[in-house]
Design a protein around this ligand. Structure first.
Ligand code: NAP
Length: 242
């Protein structure tokens, strides 16, 4: 593990974000745990992190709300520059384009893509000054292939991939590595209502993935062993997109 330190994970009260937080805590990182509304779930994850002997700072704010985000993070950044950022917070508001409401387009873009812009912009200056850092964006197979019923979500995830590649080029000389982890179908609340029996036919490994299987890829990208990897998309999708 490179030096001190803390990693900010957005959307870590449950699902993939919670698994990432616990995996990184096992690797020795302290965790800045963001989420939006589920205080009870976030508290449980925080206790598990503390049981692992790591510190956890719980940070409820909406990643699309710049004022709330800066209000929570700026005081912390005055004292410490986190080693890493995992932008994982996400929601889906699926419908066919013909029926998609403008508010669902804007909401999904705001959380995934504007959230990634805002949180990366806030952390990148201190990371540049520190001459080190790792950023991992959690995208989706939908952002690589497109997905019917997900014009908003696929556009947001595709935008995150392009943004991450651009940032990787900007900050490589400052020893900051930026990568994307792109999950396929992962067992969380987000996919509870999907027709999984039908969808699994498209997954060569024939099953949904576990949040811990995504967390393992993020943990690798945060490790010293990933020191020559930047601007890449690592897909954790059971072969859904090859
Ligand atoms: P999840 O179980 O629904 O958890 C979503 C997390 O994001 C929660 O902690 C939630 O906080 C937080 N969140 C939502 N909106 C937020 C906002 N505006 N500001 C801050 N936090 C916010 O979802 P998941 O399946 O773990 O998904 C995590 C990420 O993986 C998302 O970016 C998703 O698009 C991506 N992904 C998931 C799958 C999958 O199959 N599950 C596949 C590909 C990609 P609260 O609940 O506390 O409000």
């Amino acid at each position: 593990m490179a030096g001190s330190s803390s990693i900010l994970i957005t959307g870590a009260s449950k699902g993939i974000g919670a698994a990432v937080a616990l995996r990184l805590a096992q690797s020795g990182y302290d965790i800045w745990l963001n989420y939006r509304s589920d205080h009870e779930a976030a508290g449980q994850v925080a206790r598990q992190i503390e049981d692992l002997g790591r510190k956890c700072i719980v940070l409820p704010f909406d990643v699309a709300d710049e004022e709330a985000m800066t209000g929570a993070l700026v005081p912390l950044l005055a004292a410490e520059t986190p080693y890493g950022l995992v932008h994982n917070a996400g929601i889906a508001r699926d419908s066919l384009l013909a029926m998609m409401r403008r508010e669902d387009w804007e909401l999904v873009l705001n959380v995934h893509l504007t959230g990634f812009f805002l949180v990366s912009k806030l952390l990148i200056k201190p990371m540049i000054s520190a001459r080190r850092g790792r950023i991992v964006a959690i995208a989706s197979t939908s952002g690589e292939t497109g997905q019917a019923g997900q014009f908003n979500y696929s556009a947001a995830k595709g935008g995150m991939i392009a943004g991450a590649k651009s940032l990787a080029r900007e900050v490589a000389k400052r020893n900051i590595l930026v990568n994307v982890v792109s999950p396929g179908l992962i067992e969380t609340e987000m996919i509870e209502k999907l027709p999984l029996d039908k969808m699994l036919a498209a997954v060569p490994l024939g099953r949904v993935g576990k949040p811990s299987e995504v967390a393992a890829a993020v943990n690798f990208l945060m490790s010293d062993e990933a020191s020559y990897i930047t601007g890449q998309v690592i897909s954790v999708n059971g072969g859904l997109y090859i």
